[in-house]
Design a protein. Structure first.
Length: 278
């Protein structure tokens, strides 16, 4: 990755999923460093919160709605004339064993994590092609590299993002547009609490996994090691904004590095044995 000698001051950045956590912290981190940041959130109440926190340009965006994506792009272009970086951060994690997962819950997971991300990408690409430059950041996960029990829907969505992005990177060769994957591990946010809330879609009482679900809801699930604050992600996003040629992939947290290396060198059976202990 080659770092530009120019400042990020004035870089126009749109970030999806800024209601809390990584999105909101990244928006503030980039704003403090001179970027023209447009944080987006799904509801008017969340947009109002962003405005109260001092963001000048918060916009409403539900990534499942094509017309709202188009409106955000049009609004930013009308003000700035360009969009330098688009960070597809919006997403959530549906919990539940694969055998317990209603098909509708899987469909909803893909609507936000995959199809919403894809529609944002599809709509911003013509803008960046006209500009002859741009950077798209796709928020994947360590669970786009390896699988863990009880996270099948989320795993599947992140694996799909990996496939779409790897393909897109090849199609964007020599275009001046760069697409980067963020493989984040455990990061402090509301993500886990929001994931637990999705268990209301699972028939817990009739599941062979009900004790596992009950333990998770009671806060007795295994503690996640190597947790980092959301600033760890914000720092990487800032590096991408600075870079003349961003890397295609960034590992964030020791957990991602360790499991990514394990995926590369261990047999499937050995990796499964390791993952069952995580």
């Amino acid at each position: 990755m080659k770092i530009s000698t120019k400042s990020t001051r004035g870089s126009v950045v749109v970030i999806t999923g800024c209601s809390s956590g990584i999105g909101r912290v990244t928006a503030g981190y980039l704003k403090e460093r001179g970027c023209r940041v447009y944080p987006t959130a799904r509801t008017e109440e969340e947009v109002a919160e962003l405005r109260e926190e001092g963001f000048d340009n918060p916009l409403r965006l539900d990534v499942r709605k094509s017309e709202e994506i188009a409106n955000v792009i049009e609004t930013v272009l009308a003000k700035e004339g360009r969009i330098d970086v688009w960070f597809n951060n919006a997403g959530y994690g549906q919990m539940g064993a694969v055998e317990d997962l209603p098909t509708e819950a899987l469909r909803e997971q893909f609507e936000t994590n995959v199809l919403g991300l894809h529609e944002c990408t599809r709509q911003i690409l013509p803008v960046m092609r006209r500009q002859g430059s741009g950077k798209i950041i796709q928020h994947s996960s360590v669970l786009g590299l390896i699988a863990l029990p009880m996270r099948g829907a989320y795993n599947a969505s992140k694996y799909a993002i990996e496939g779409l992005t790897d393909t897109l990177r090849l199609e964007l060769a020599d275009s001046g547009i760069y697409v980067s994957l963020l493989n984040t591990g455990p990061v402090t946010s509301r993500f886990r609490a929001n994931a637990l809330a999705t268990l209301d879609k699972i028939d817990i009482e009739h599941s062979r996994w009900r004790e596992t679900y009950r333990a998770a809801l009671a806060g007795n699930a295994k503690k996640v090691p190597f947790n980092l604050p959301p600033e760890a992600v914000a720092e990487v996003v800032h590096r991408i904004v600075l870079a003349e040629r961003p890397a295609p992939r960034y590992y964030i947290t020791k957990a991602t590095w360790m499991l990514g290396i394990a995926k590369r060198f261990l047999s499937t059976r050995l990796l499964d044995r390791l993952l069952l202990k995580v």
